[in-house]
Design a protein. Sequence first.
Length: 418
Amino acid sequence: MSAVHDILVEARAAQKTLNGAQERKNAALLAIADALARERESILAANRDDLEDAKERYSSVMLDRLTLTEQRIADMAQGVRDVAALPDPEGRVIRRVERPNGLVIEKTSAPLGVVVIIYESRPNVTSDAAALALKSGNAVVLRGGREALRSNAAIVRAIRLGLAEAGLPAALVGFVQDADHSGAEELMSAVGLVDLLIPRGGAGLIRRCVETARVPCIQTGTGICHVYVDASADPDMALDVIENAKTSRPSVCNAEEVLLVHRDIAASFLPRLRARLADDRAAQGKTPVELRLDPRAAAIIPGTPAGPEDFDTEFLDYILAVAVVDDTDAAIAHIARHSTGHSEAILTRDEDAAARFTAQVDSAAVYVNASTRFTDGGEFGLGCEMGISTQKLHARGPMGLEELNTYKYVVRGSGQIR
């Protein structure tokens, strides 16, 4: 048998130790948070080695995804503590029915079992995934990208120190260390050993998992996120929201990639947009945003003409596709053609336009007068998240504790027969 097979078998056996162990789970999570803080120097050293190897192959924004700092490790530890403080979903009664024959039927929350996450770049996913899995009663098997191999290994070592302090088996957090695709392929095909596979990364990784996995798989992450500026929008607020959505961290899936502007305000708004995102940022020594303009926008401000793929691209960079649309209905239609179902926003003072937008835009998160950057487990009060589901079955949007549980029916009787 392969090493991956052994990791999965051990994880499945270890998961049984979590059944009904609410206090031990919380103790382990607090011990893990302390271990992350205590081991920060070794984690940072491993991360520096990863960054040294990656610096010639990755853009600055992608290197930012890979980079750990003392503050980011402190945030990881706090995220684990936040998960520990959340209500335990295991055994929660979702619905209770008492039948005329006296049977009491309870629909109760139950762990999935063994959750596998295949992910890229961001080492904080390692601690987030482990915390959510443990709190929800699951074992987790992690397979990160080669670019973060040392960082992830160091984080897993700290997590296992915390597990040991709480008297729980290390196999609850499995780690696949291969640097090629063989381990990922084996995880995707481990029928009977994997209860749920969650890919978290770029479009290529997600597509490969969704198209080839033989185990249950959640489609996550790819975010062609839109912001629509309605004719009634407050222009100052709109500029603040757009700059945040595009530039606060452009390498993440909830960053804005497409801006739609109502034709009635385009002539006045687009020059201010260019000044804010390009000219002002350059003057401040910040990276300016490249504006890729459709013909109507290009007739108003200078920029790069948008190519045929620009409204279907997750740039993950300081690039923004911009189009002028006739009205709210046209914006909704544009989003329907190009969105990946992640996050969309309308900036407006028109309540009817907001209501129409939220009712008709079919994405996991739909915002009114707020940045798409809030689509995040921590910001949604989930502690952290396993990923952002862009599908509709089982889970949608940020996946927290509830989404890592299934349910079963517990039926109590007094001798009833049918």
